[in-house]
Ligand binder design. Structure first.
Ligand SMILES: C[S@@+](CC[C@H](N)C(=O)[O-])C[C@H]1O[C@@H](n2cnc3c(N)ncnc32)[C@H](O)[C@@H]1O
Length: 310
């Protein structure tokens, strides 16, 4: 039996700019979606319908690294690099030449930035994500230094013109001490006057919109990737616990099943101002992401922040 038709239970219709909010989250947040949602019962039914396969429960492990680029194939990294370059020019008088990409994953910013002529060092604590990043860089003939490290502990003894933490890397730092350690790491690795740029989940929008259940299907090389996600809010600690399941379905059988649980922190302007100041940065601007010139509001799940090292 194949995959049953996906019922449309709720379809977000909040519109901002030319995007539906659900689509915005799909492109820029961990909420993947086509705007479709399933109930727990229906997800269970789906799991029971497609039988067999291997079960894994690993967050950002080898299998996840391989699937990562498939799952995010429509995320427009090139356009994001355009935004980054625009911000470099807008907020710095000297040209940016060197960049440290903290939480670089499979190199989806590091690689296009290196192709554009920047000297880039990529850092991630996942060896498997880095392995993929190295392979992709090699295939493009690019020399990028990828290093394995926890960004909370990183000490490169090298300073850069700009530090990046892209695609909610800061939101993965859940406790106050972890956030401070990550920000201090960014500060340690940029020149005085250099830039720190990061996108994260915006507290006012997370509280106003609340996470909901989502499903997305991707067809690739005769396989279907089915990704479901749901989230629970821990408002007291400003955390959203996101459960994701990715099924790789081949010939109506589950070839692979990956379960992930991510605790994602969301942030508010005032707390970030304080955290940044304590880490040696001044906040320049928090803008909507990707429409950085727009003021973020309750509809802006993802925001981009620019800070300057002082
Ligand atoms: C959603 S992925 C983003 C990857 C990449 N920046 C991108 O835009 O595709 C988050 C990445 O942050 C990494 N990460 C999270 N916390 C980290 C930490 N404390 N130290 C190093 N890497 C971290 C994860 O391993 C993962 O590769």
């Amino acid at each position: 039996m194949g995959i049953p038709a996906q019922p449309v239970l709720r379809q977000k219709s909040v519109q901002r700019g030319k995007y539906l909010i659900a689509e915005l989250r799909a492109c820029h947040g961990l909420y993947l979606s086509s705007g479709l949602s399933l109930t727990d019962g229906q997800i269970e039914q789906l799991n029971n319908t497609v039988k067999g396969g291997v079960e894994m429960s690993r967050a950002l492990g080898k299998d996840y690294a391989e699937l990562y680029d498939v799952v995010y194939q429509n995320k427009d990294y090139s356009a994001e690099c355009d935004i980054l370059e625009r911000l470099f020019k807008k907020y710095l008088t000297k040209p940016v030449r060197t960049i440290v990409d903290l939480g670089c994953g499979t190199g989806n910013h590091a690689i296009p930035l290196a192709s554009r002529g920047y000297s880039v060092v990529g850092i991630d604590h996942s060896g498997d994500m880095l392995k993929r990043a190295k392979l992709k860089a090699r295939q493009k003939g690019l020399r990028i230094s990828f290093k394995k490290s926890d960004i909370k502990k990183l000490r490169l003894n090298q300073v850069f013109d700009a530090a990046l933490m892209m695609f909610a890397v800061l939101s993965y730092q859940v406790k106050n001490n972890d956030v401070s350690a990550a920000l201090k790491c960014a500060r340690l690795h940029v020149h005085k006057g250099g830039l720190f740029i990061t996108d994260f989940w915006y507290g006012p929008a997370v509280l106003a919109q609340r996470p909901d259940e989502r499903i997305r299907t991707i067809k690739v090389k005769g396989k279907t990737i089915l990704r479901t996600s749901s989230g629970d809010l821990d408002i007291k600690h400003k955390i959203c616990k996101v459960q994701m399941q990715t099924l790789e379905i081949h010939k109506n059988k589950i070839a692979q099943r990956i379960k992930e649980e991510h605790s994602m922190r969301f942030f508010f302007n005032r707390e970030l101002e304080i955290l940044l100041k304590n880490s040696g940065f001044e906040l320049i601007r928090i803008g909507a992401f990707p429409d950085f010139d727009l003021e973020p509001d309750e509809n802006t799940w993802n925001v981009l922040m620019v800070a300057r090292a002082i």
